[in-house]
Structures are given as C-alpha cells and as structure tokens.
Design a protein around this ligand. Structure first.
Ligand code: UFG
Length: 338
C-alpha cells in the first residue's frame, strides 16, 4: 500500500519511513528540505535496500499534491511536515501558522478531493502545558498554548476534530531522541541546537564548549526539569501501529489521540549521566538560568496506547544516548569526507 509521508526526510519522518518499508508499506515522500537533507534519503536506502519515491516540495503546493494523488493510489497519509522550534515560533508566528496550520488545511483539501480518508498526525505533549496530573493521560485538559508553535498543534487537532470525513489519529509525542542504530539516519539540527540531546552530543564532540542546564532550582528531586524521552525508532513503530489500526478500520471514533512516550521521566542531570554511562564520554556543563516557557515536569501515561494499539517502547535511555552519539560521530565522519 502506498502511504504519503509529508516531511518524510525529517528526523521522525525518516525513521518512520524505515519502519513503514520494513512493515511492507510503500512510502511516497514529500519534503521541502527546509530542515533536512537529501543525504537522509541515501541513509534510508542504505538501511532498507530500497529507495522510496521522493518529491521535493511543499504541502502548501496544491498542484504538486494533486499530481502525487493522481500518480499513486495513496491509502493513507502520515503528516510530519511542520516547523517545530518553540523559540523561533515566537519570532515568526505567521510562518508557523502558515506552514503548520495552512499546510494541514492544504493537505486535507487534497485528501478530500482524492478520497483519501486516513491520516496520522504529528502532535505534541506541548498541548498539555504544565499538567495537573503526572503521568499525564489523554484525559488531561488542554492548556492555553505558551507559544505559537504549541498553538499550531492545538489548532491542527481542532481542525481534525471538525473534519469528520477523515479518520485521524493524533500522536502526541513526548521528547523524541536517539537515531537509527545503524547511524545511517538521525537528527540534523540547523545551527545551534535548541534541544537537549543534540546539544549534549555536540558538546561531547567538542563542537560546543559546554552545556548550560536551564535551571536547577525546580521542585524536582535534583532540581532540574523532568521529561519523557522516547527513542525515535520506538516512535516510528508507533506510527506503523496507528496506521494499521486505521487501515483495518479498527478505530472506534473518527478522531483519536494517543500519548507516545516511554512512560518514564528523566531529569536533565539524569540524561547527562545516562549519556556519560552509555558512551564513556564526559559532557562539560554548568547551571544557568531557567528557560522561559519550560514546564517543570511531564511524562506520559501510556496505558491507552498500549491497550489500544498494542504498542510498547523497548529502548531505554542509555540506548537512546548510545544511538544519538553514534549518529553524531557519523555526521562528523561525513563532514570530513565532504
Ligand atoms: N535543556 C537544557 N539545556 C539545553 C537544552 C535543553 O537544560 O541546552 C533542558 C530544557 O530546559 C528542558 C529539557 O532540557 O528541561 C528538554 O528540553 P528540549 O528543548 O530538548 O525539549 P522540550 O521538552 O523543551 O521540548 C520538546 C520539543 C518541543 C515540544 C515539547 C513539548 O522540542 O517541540 O517538547 O513539551 F513542544
């Protein structure tokens, strides 16, 4: 079955493409390369031995979407293509609304025109804000968004609730990290990384002088923020499980949401120590000020996704760190060759 994967060369998209191919699906990728690189396509080929169909382009391009829906018998869409930097979204809110909200609307219009009624959507645990209950379940109330990025994810979920001809599953990701264990694909952060794990790997590699921990006076056991880190290959397999449910018609409602996390919380300091244990490499760090907008602690209640999709993550925090580090070293080898 042909599955349209928007943003299929991005961090989560590319790993999901690998899992789709391994599960017997045929991904058709559309990606504008705004936050990726064609080398990722070669990485996918190196892992799977097959080269997925790839279109360089934008989901806001209706003509391109039409030509793809006409050329392929698309059974479902997995929509990753979106901007994702919280800080940048405050600087460029309209770019975020246009790309993330406009992109989904454009995609849905094409899907309707070509009678494609199944969608897996990349959402985020950011919709919960600072949750009242931890672990946070899907029943938790949605809080006012603290950034335009968060607002776009909430709006997209609202749109999907309104569009009742489309069977959609919103996967609310916690903190995806790691890389494929082959180190053929992984995350390609642009410039200085905003996220913890790429910052750790670049610091360990000597590209950054030291990591700044954003606050150590939070009401948590060691004073640093707690997050739910999930290996990107576990996240990838959650997409396959979600897609299977939709395509078998097993969904109970046209709109369903699932938390996709490990169900475990790790503090910033615990992540640093896990990295050091897994790799034997030290990460120089210092304590800095809190970062505006950070929630104190959040991790997922994964009961619903385990019961409903039969999906469970299988990789622990040290494996996530070891794979992230292998990928960082591969990026450097690639740069030396070029
Ligand atoms: N952190 C540091 N130093 C850094 C980078 C991060 O101490 O240099 C800390 C942050 O303060 C936070 C933790 O590491 O406590 C994780 O930060 P990330 O930026 O890696 O991830 P966030 O939890 O802030 O954000 C992630 C995604 C967002 C999504 C959000 C939902 O990047 O897209 O989860 O909660 F919206």
């Amino acid at each position: 079955m042909d599955i349209l994967v928007t943003g299929g060369l991005g961090f989560i998209g590319s790993h999901t493409v690998v899992s789709l191919i391994e599960a017997g699906y045929r991904p058709v990728i559309i990606d504008n390369l705004s936050n990726s690189d064609l080398s990722i396509l070669q990485g996918i080929e190196a892992i799977t031995g097959s080269s997925p169909v790839f279109f360089k382009g934008d989901v806001n391009d209706q003509a391109l979407l039409s030509s793809i829906f006409e050329q392929f018998k698309i059974s479902a869409v997995i929509h990753f293509a979106a901007f994702k930097a919280v800080g940048e979204s405050v600087q460029k809110p309209l770019d975020y609304y246009q790309n993330n909200v406009g992109g989904l609307v454009s995609l849905l219009k094409s899907m309707k025109r070509y009678n494609v009624h199944h969608l897996v959507f990349s959402s985020s645990c950011t919709v919960y804000g600072e949750p009242e209950h931890i672990p946070v379940s899907e029943h938790e109330s949605i809080k006012p968004a603290s950034s335009p990025y968060g607002a776009t994810k909430q709006m997209c979920e609202t749109i999907l609730q309104d569009v009742n001809w489309c069977h959609s599953q919103c996967l609310r990701y916690f903190n995806p990290v790691g890389a494929h264990s082959s180190a053929h694909i992984g995350e390609l952060p642009l410039g200085v990384p905003n996220n913890l794990v790429p910052f750790i790997t670049q610091t360990a590699a000597g590209i950054r002088k030291e990591l700044v921990i954003f606050g150590s006076d939070y009401p948590t056991p060691d004073g640093t923020n707690i997050r739910d880190y999930i290996h990107v290959m576990d996240l990838a397999s959650a997409h396959v499980a979600s897609l299977n449910r939709l395509l078998k018609g097993e969904n109970k409602h046209y709109f369903e949401v699932f938390n996709i996390g490990s169900g475990k919380g790790n503090s910033v300091l615990e992540v640093i120590h896990a990295f050091e244990n897994a790799t034997g490499v030290k990460v120089p760090y210092k304590i800095g000020d809190r970062r505006i907008g950070d929630v104190v602690q959040v991790w997922a209640d994964t009961a619903k996704v385990t019961e409903t999709l039969g999906w469970k993550p299988s990789r622990g925090i040290e494996e996530m760190m070891a794979d992230a580090w292998r990928w960082q070293q591969q990026i450097q080898r690639n740069q030396e060759l070029n």
